[in-house]
Design a protein around this ligand. Structure first.
Ligand SMILES: NC(=O)c1ccc[n+]([C@@H]2O[C@H](COP(=O)([O-])OP(=O)(O)OC[C@H]3O[C@@H](n4cnc5c(N)ncnc54)[C@H](OP(=O)(O)O)[C@@H]3O)[C@@H](O)[C@H]2O)c1
Length: 273
């Protein structure tokens, strides 16, 4: 009798379904929270370490099955991040996937704002959106490489932005920080090829979240943003497929138009510096 479909062994997944323990930064609201909950609800039931600063939100997340809350502040000195990374590995030795999602955005008007307004925001945006992300990766990478060498699928996922491809002039440093992170992730992917540690880049369009609350622009933006559910569904499909790039909506349009072919040139630059 020919083998029935149900006799076929399931294919080993290289995507998020294979993850056993996933860190999600910025999990106390918006995109990070939605991804943390969606990943915790996967049939594979990985542990999700949901990080953020707001204690009440972390306490709510602690009620969700499979979710472990983690108080983690990004930005500022890097020393505490090294301690946090070491503590994370000690507590969760199965940690195999990083979703580095936390971010901030500040509008800046170079005609109107003063240097005292502008420069602290520049430092914070770069520290939270870029330097802290690179620092966490740097501190956690030796652990991931060791785990990957045992055959475990490991992944580093950054959350960048459509405006990291084409800048939105009202938020200049935000766009620069996301362009920097996108560029960094592309180089890292080439450097880590063959190690078993994948590097993935989620490229959102404007999405329903709290990112714009502090700017007072949520009411206007909510008329045009992508609903969080729709965005999360699309990203989960990309994470499950293990795609290097997960561009969504306007992010996908800009990715198609401006990013295609860059990786091939980057690989050539790796061979011929
Ligand atoms: N929504 C969009 O339209 C959009 C578009 C493109 C890209 N993105 C990116 O998507 C990511 C998630 O943003 P979101 O839209 O979901 O915004 P959000 O709702 O404002 O969430 C931001 C998250 O980052 C955390 N966070 C902020 N500053 C932090 C700090 N200094 N230390 C630690 N955690 C910090 C916040 O948690 P605590 O305050 O509890 O720490 C919160 O959980 C960001 O990287 C953002 O740039 C968003």
């Amino acid at each position: 009798m020919p083998p029935q479909e149900s006799d076929t062994p399931p294919q080993a997944s290289t995507g998020i379904d294979a993850a056993r323990c996933v860190l999600v930064t910025g999990a106390t609201s918006g995109i990070g929270r939605a991804l943390a909950l969606a990943i915790a609800a996967l049939p594979s039931a990985p542990t999700v370490v949901a990080a953020g600063r707001r204690a009440a939100r972390l306490a709510e997340l602690a009620q969700v099955k499979g979710v472990e809350p983690l108080a983690l502040a990004l930005g500022g000195d890097l020393g505490p991040l090294k301690e946090a990374a070491d503590a994370l590995i000690a507590r969760f030795p199965d940690l195999d996937t990083l979703i580095l999602n936390a971010g901030v955005q500040y509008p800046t008007n170079f005609q109107r704002d003063t240097a005292d307004d502008i420069l602290p925001r520049v430092l914070d945006e770069l520290a939270v959106n870029y330097t802290s992300v690179v620092a966490l990766i740097t501190y956690l990478l030796p652990h991931l490489l060791k785990l990957a060498a045992t055959g475990r699928a490991c992944a580093i996922v950054v959350v960048t932005s459509a405006v990291g491809i084409v800048p939105a002039p009202l938020v200049p440093t935000y766009c620069a920080s996301k362009a920097a992170l996108r560029s960094f992730a592309s180089s890292l992917r080439v450097q880590l090829a063959g190690t078993g540690v994948r590097v993935m880049d989620i490229i959102p369009p404007l999405v329903e979240s709290e990112l714009h609350d502090a700017q007072g622009t949520t009411a206007v933006l909510s008329k045009i943003w992508m609903p969080l559910d729709e965005f999360t569904k699309s990203v989960m499909e990309g994470l499950q497929a293990g795609n290097d790039y997960i561009p969504v909506g306007f992010g996908a349009q800009l990715f198609e138009k401006f990013e295609k072919g860059k990786d091939e040139i980057s690989k050539q630059l790796a061979r011929n510096p």
